[in-house]
Design a protein around this ligand. Structure first.
Ligand SMILES: Cc1cc2nc3c(=O)[nH]c(=O)nc-3n(C[C@H](O)[C@H](O)[C@H](O)COP(=O)(O)OP(=O)(O)OC[C@H]3O[C@@H](n4cnc5c(N)ncnc54)[C@H](O)[C@@H]3O)c2cc1C
Length: 469
């Protein structure tokens, strides 16, 4: 009789939880699944907290409803699997603004993360250079080629489109710069189209046409009650043993499986398992693999991360515009890089006491020194800058919270996906009972992380079935 499988999921963020649930759903009955999480709480970058007596996200806020290649996103499918579909809510105010030239301008529609499919639509914010987007008789990118988003868009549409539109939109997600970020990783649909189309305008239009959106179809969703409900439900449904405050410090190959060294150095625990889903950021993953898979560790350890802080303020009856928030291009010289008016954007968060919850994200890649300031200083600067951008003195906050996310946002440079593919291929060839998953590899968004965790779980099942275990 085959012995029961023992699988360790290292990392209790949304990737690890999705992996554990997929293992529970697809691995043979009786499989022992244990999630090891170094902190005291599951969820990683998903963290629902409380401010001024109401729920608020101190980390990720929402998920894309659609998969970039069409159909519902993996996050939505997970929400359905967990029986939470009736809790999905959408923004009641979708229009956001750009803070440029000391004022607010609506973010133009019809773009792909700021890259326009209709140049006329962006004219109020940036002046494109249409003549540069000529047809050179061949696709913009060769097969498998990757470039930075900034390099491609600067060459085709000019600097203003990058600096005033694409950069702030990408910066809002990655805290990084368009000139550094990989097109293939951050905008896969546009990269695919650029391998066929001869102009950038053609590529944007082709990418948009590949996944047409019904009028009024919501782009983003979140859960009433907060994303913490997704974390809790996924952990419960996975029926895994959850070990909190359990950092995995070493991974040692033992036969076809692994020995985990868990917990403090002075009192380590050793656990033998048949397989591991390694669902931690790339830096700790590289440290764990430096001994058993040095080549893989070197490939994945190249990835750098940006740090950010989220400053949330509860303001009594402020005069806010009917916007979901605003983005600030780096060229404006402000500390704030993005702001969300939570209680305007999300109807379910509106409060009867007149308090508005606003959140600002501060910190840009390679400008981490700004984050050394104390919490109070960050909060005061955010309050001052927000008043200036809105051109109205905001009331003094009645409550506030500063959440620091050190080394949290991956900065995928061109060639990232090739490096990840090479690392995974090396593992499959030498150590198939360990699978890499999470934001360090496949993309930063919650749906991509969910899919990454599920795929890793399936790879592990295939590897263990193949080994006759
Ligand atoms: C401020 C912020 C806002 C965001 N907003 C959004 C958003 O609105 N929408 C969206 O789609 N995405 C958003 N993202 C991105 C998204 O939240 C993350 O990419 C995603 O949650 C990452 O999930 P993960 O499980 O791969 O990694 P993580 O969430 O980082 O989880 C990894 C876990 O592994 C644990 N760990 C690390 N090392 C060890 C070890 N040695 N042993 C055991 N455990 C370990 C960590 O403690 C952590 O809990 C945001 C990210 C940030 C930082």
């Amino acid at each position: 009789m085959a012995t029961r499988w023992r699988v360790a999921v290292v990392g209790g963020g949304i990737t690890g939880l999705a992996a554990a649930l997929r293992l529970r759903d697809r691995a043979p009955e009786g499989t022992e699944i244990t999630v090891y999480e170094q902190s005291g709480a599951l969820g990683g970058k998903l963290r629902t907290g409380e401010l001024a007596g109401g729920p608020v996200e101190f980390g990720a806020e929402s998920f894309l409803m659609r998969d970039p290649v069409g159909g519902e996103s993996a996050a939505v499918t997970l929400v359905r699997r967990l029986g939470l579909a009736d809790r999905i809510v959408h923004p009641t105010v979708g229009q956001a603004a750009l803070a440029v030239d000391g004022g607010l301008r609506p973010i133009p529609g019809g773009t792909l993360v700021g890259v326009p499919g209709d140049l006329a639509k962006v004219a109020a914010v940036a002046r494109p250079t249409p003549a540069a987007d000529h047809d050179g008789g061949r696709p913009l990118l060769g097969p498998g080629e990757d470039v930075s988003v900034g390099a491609l868009v600067r060459a085709r549409f000019g600097d203003e489109v990058v600096d005033r539109l694409v950069d702030p939109m990408l910066g809002g997600v990655y805290a990084g710069r368009a000139d550094d970020l990989s097109l293939a990783t951050t905008m896969p649909a546009l990269a695919r189209a650029a391998r066929v189309e001869h102009t950038l305008l053609g590529a944007v239009r082709a990418a948009q046409a590949a996944t047409p959106r019904a009028p009024g179809e919501p782009v983003f969703g979140t859960l009433a009650g907060g994303l913490g409900t997704l974390v809790d439900a996924a952990a419960t449904a996975g029926e895994a043993t959850v070990r909190r405050n359990a950092a995995v410090r070493e991974l040692t190959p033992v036969g076809p499986g692994w020995r985990l060294t868990v917990g403090p150095t002075r009192d380590p625990e050793h656990v033998d398992v048949d397989a591991v889903v390694l669902a931690v950021p790339a830096r700790p993953a590289a440290r764990l693999l430096a001994g058993p898979a040095a080549e893989v560790a070197a490939q994945i350890g190249e990835l750098d991360y940006a740090s950010v802080a989220l400053v949330t303020l509860a303001l009594p009856e402020p005069a806010l515009p009917a916007l979901s928030g605003f983005l600030v291009p780096g060229t404006e010289g402000l500390l704030i890089k993005a702001s969300t008016f939570f209680t305007t954007k999300w109807g379910h968060l509106r409060r009867s006491d007149g308090l508005a919850l606003v959140r600002a994200s501060v910190g840009r890649y390679r400008d981490e020194a700004q984050l050394q300031r104390p919490d109070q200083d960050l909060a005061a600067t955010v309050h001052r800058e927000m008043s200036a951008v809105l051109d109205t003195p905001l009331p003094a906050p009645v409550d506030g919270h500063v959440q620091r996310w050190g080394g949290a946002l991956p900065q995928y440079t061109p060639g990232h996906l090739d490096r990840v593919a090479a690392a995974r291929a090396a593992l499959r060839a030498t150590r198939p009972t360990l699978a890499l998953a999470g934001a360090g590899y496949d993309g930063v968004g919650i749906p991509v992380c969910v899919r990454s965790g599920e795929t890793a779980a399936e790879e592990i099942i295939t590897a263990l079935e193949g080994s006759g275990r």
